[in-house]
Design a protein around this ligand. Structure first.
Ligand code: ZN
Length: 492
């Protein structure tokens, strides 16, 4: 496919592009989040890159014109990312034959140099039309606003978009500006139109609602392939699945009253997007011929080549993930209670640096704890982000502001408690002293002002470089079986 595209491009160079109708199948994924392997839901498994590859190969054998797109957020979510930093996805997605991907916000999780490496290792273009990269020339070399694919001698423009909130929700992108979606997207579309490209797809990582708002304002876009909001569209709500957020495709009328289909494929490869459309000789999308996301279940055999590749990458993942660290006295299904242990682990790791107490953001607690053995995998699903621990110096008055910034949602370490309205604040068993300076340990996401924690952003602070997962692992090893018996942080 790639070879043929290159060949066609050479043949067509300088010649007038043929104008005839085109039937096109678009296969698409989004928010894979390092799920090389299937995910278990209620005793069944869904997803897996080897199964998805079988679907791709079967579709390419059956259909003449197929393109394969990814709508961002390959990074972050399993040990594959923690161990390989994106390089396992780079290797596997390149073999799967993707034609283009847009950037997702999580692609910045390990910083810009890591993303530059990823982009150099993939064999498909990485797209975003709404990032000011003038202060990051290395990144600017490997990210393009759009690409042009050649299918059956005809050109298809693909424009990339990333959520304009990326600057607020990641710490790895301080030197970049993420522009509001509409203008840069339309500019890229207009450039393509001026080049004679009359079939244009927006490949977007901005979210389902935002895709619809955008579509209403755009001109000359035929289709939007989206991601970021992890929205299942049109899929049957199987046992344990999230109900669909809308039809597949969702049709919205653009600024000229033209219908634009919007598609998205939930998350983690549990479903795989598949839409077949008809373009007329003028390049106008006239019809959705077939559209149905494919449920990636165990009935789909694994492609042997990709399965072997995943097997090789899995060896250190298994070794690291299966190690038993300790035990839990009971199942903790309340994320706040799990967060107590995380907060306690922050404090334990920094106690010798004179820290008084810890605060944890509830959004950073990503999983429950089961009763019994706690493996590294289990600990990692609680703390998957690889945040560092940051010590902030705060007066008692500022501690109250921080609690208020979070609307009372922050989770304190043992011995510290407060009401949601920041009254009755107790620090290590003593009433809070507004004039006293406290050393408070938080994670670097919070310290950077994430989750609207503006007071923390302004505070005097020190990034210890200690990793949250290391702290949590050490805590489990030192405190098993984990229990909250006699804990006084109640009232939350
Ligand atoms: Zn995202």
């Amino acid at each position: 496919m790639r070879f043929l595209s290159a060949l066609s491009a050479i043949i067509l160079a300088g010649a007038c592009v043929a104008q005839k109708p085109l039937t096109l199948t678009i296969l698409h994924s989004n928010d894979i989040h390092a799920h090389e392997e299937p995910t278990a839901i209620k005793g069944k498994t869904y997803g897996g890159l080897a199964r998805i590859t079988t679907i791709i190969k079967q579709t390419r054998a059956k259909e003449k014109n197929v393109i394969l797109l990814n709508a961002g957020d390959c990074f972050q979510g399993t040990l594959y990312f923690n161990i390989y930093g994106g390089l396992s996805e780079a290797a596997i997605l390149s073999r799967m034959g993707y034609d283009a991907s847009c950037l997702g916000n999580h692609e910045f999780d390990k910083g810009i140099p890591n993303l530059v490496e990823y982009c150099k290792h993939v064999n498909f273009p990485m797209l975003a039309s709404n990032i000011d990269m003038s202060r990051e020339p290395e990144l600017a070399k490997v990210i393009k606003p759009y690409t042009v694919l050649t299918v059956d001698g005809m050109k298809i423009g693909v424009v990339g978009l990333i959520t304009d909130t990326t600057g607020n929700i990641t710490l790895g992108a301080d030197t970049l500006t993420f522009q509001e979606h509409l203008k840069p997207c339309q500019k890229a579309v207009d450039e393509l139109t001026a080049q004679g490209v009359n079939k244009i797809i927006v490949l977007s990582h901005i979210g389902y609602e935002e895709d619809q708002q955008l579509a209403r304002k755009l001109h000359n876009v035929d289709l939007i392939v989206g991601g970021h909001s992890h929205t299942p569209l049109g899929t049957p709500a199987l046992d344990g699945w999230r109900a669909p957020g809308g039809p597949y495709p969702t049709i919205v009328k653009d600024a000229d009253g033209v219908e634009v289909p919007i598609v998205q494929a939930w998350e983690w490869g549990k479903v795989f997007g598949d839409i077949k459309v008809q373009f007329d000789a003028k390049g106008k999308l006239t019809k959705v011929i077939e559209a149905k996301p494919i449920v990636v279940d165990a009935s789909i055999p694994e492609d042997p080549e990709i399965a072997k590749l995943v097997d090789a990458f899995r060896i250190p993942v298994t070794a690291m993930g299966g190690a038993v660290l300790g035990t839990s006295s009971e199942a903790f299904t309340d994320k706040v209670k799990v967060g107590y242990f995380v907060a306690d682990s922050y404090l334990m790791a920094t106690k010798k640096l004179g820290v008084d107490f810890a605060l944890m953001n509830p959004g950073g607690v990503r999983s429950n704890l089961e009763a019994g053995k706690i493996t590294f995998n289990a600990a990692n699903s609680v703390c998957p982000f690889r945040n560092s621990l940051v010590i902030c110096e705060l007066t008692g008055a500022q501690v109250i502001q921080v609690i208020n910034d979070s609307k009372g949602s922050l989770i304190p370490s043992k011995g510290t408690s407060f009401n949601r309205d920041a009254t009755n604040v107790v620090i290590n068993g003593q009433p809070l002293d507004p004039a006293k300076t406290y050393k408070v340990v938080v994670n670097n996401f919070m310290a950077g002002g994430g989750d609207n924690l503006a007071t923390l952003k302004e505070a005097k602070k020190l990034d210890t470089g200690l990793s949250d997962i290391d702290a949590f692992v050490d805590f489990i090893k030192a405190n098993s079986p984990l229990t909250l018996a006699g804990d006084n942080r109640g009232g939350r």
